[in-house]
Design a protein around this ligand. Structure first.
Ligand SMILES: [Zn+2]
Ligand SMILES: [Zn+2]
Length: 325
């Protein structure tokens, strides 16, 4: 199941059960004699993911005490096995901003904000129970932090850490210009659109940051542009960047039109009226986790529209947030 992509560069899939992402692409750079090896991203904190992770490491002859692990961003499908790897003796490296997020804001706490975005309290409470049971809370692990522009050298590669926020506040990609290799994490995916999400309360414009990051990414051409999930090769990175920009432009108009027709609507209400590519037909039938992602996506678009001056955001005395043309 391990595939070689270039000299000293390998990948293997880690299955992500019950996730529409299907699998994570784990990347490995083998160091030369006497050098350390690098592994990028790790899957959920689940037995299936760990089995795939450790089988891949074994096939490649990685010894934990000689392995550095880099996490592109804080999401649990990437960092889930941070503690398992650290316990076995790996050294963990991660961008400073997302590591700070991991250390001080558990996922459950963020879910409470959903109520201020219009999700009924009964659904918020059930969502927290579901997340607790499925163990997808972000778990703490020790790591050394990296800043933008720092270099990671392994197996003849010199990867620069590119800080490209939007998908998360501190998402990082690794880029080797000379070898024309770019490890994308979830910055650009080719088969699906990376989730860009906001809470109405966090005061950030994640979509705005993401669109800026897409523009900045154009300055890093790569023969091998390798995504954190699914396949690549259907279109070039440049073409995919353009597709993603068009996708968000359409979504922005869609959200704007919904608010125009329903003044004073919440992010949850907007999400319920947007079109989604999901098997469940009606909003009422969406699994709660998908309602959560959809509300977050709607918010990212609404907040960006507010930033652009195309919509108005209003917060009432109880903290409930609504949007107006
Ligand atoms: Zn992610
Ligand atoms: Zn991911």
């Amino acid at each position: 199941m391990v595939k070689q992509l270039a000299e000293n560069l390998y990948t293997f899939p880690i299955r992500l059960p019950n996730s529409p992402l299907k699998w994570l692409n784990c990347y490995v750079v083998k160091g030369g004699p006497g050098e350390r090896d690098l592994l990028v991203d790790s899957g959920f904190d689940k037995p299936v993911c760990r089995a795939d992770l450790f089988a891949g490491m074994e096939e490649l002859g990685l010894r934990p005490e000689n392995t550095d692990v880099f996490f592109t961003h804080v999401h649990v499908d990437h960092t889930g096995n941070g503690m398992a790897l650290a316990r076995r003796g790996c050294r963990i490296l991660m961008g400073r901003t997302d590591y700070a997020v991991l250390c001080d804001s558990p996922w459950s706490r963020q879910i409470w904000h959903m109520e201020m975005d219009g999700m009924p309290r009964s659904e918020v409470e059930r969502l927290i129970q579901i997340n607790k049971r499925s163990g997808i809370d972000v778990m703490y692990f020790p790591a050394e932090t990296l800043d933008a522009g720092e270099e990671l050298a392994y197996g003849g590669y010199r990867f620069r850490c590119l800080l490209l926020p939007g998908h998360t506040a501190g998402h990082m990609c690794l880029y080797d210009r000379e070898r024309s290799v770019l490890l994308l994490g979830d910055m650009v995916l080719f088969d699906i659109t990376p989730n860009i999400t906001n809470s109405g309360m966090d005061g950030l414009d994640n979509l705005g940051m993401y669109l800026d990051s897409l523009d900045r990414l154009s300055a890093y051409p790569a023969r091998l542009a390798l995504p954190g999930h699914r396949n690549w090769g259907r279109v070039s990175l440049e073409e995919r960047i353009e597709e993603l920009k068009r996708h968000h432009a359409l979504r922005l108009s869609e959200a704007e039109q919904i608010v125009e027709r329903h003044p004073g609507i919440s992010a949850y209400g907007t999400a319920s009226r947007m079109k989604w590519q999901i098997k469940a037909g009606r909003w009422e039938e969406f699994p709660l986790s998908q309602k959560q992602f959809a509300t977050g996506e709607a918010n990212a678009h609404l907040i960006h529209l507010v930033r652009l001056g195309r919509l108005r955001r209003q917060e009432d005395e109880q903290g409930f947030i609504t949007y107006w043309k």
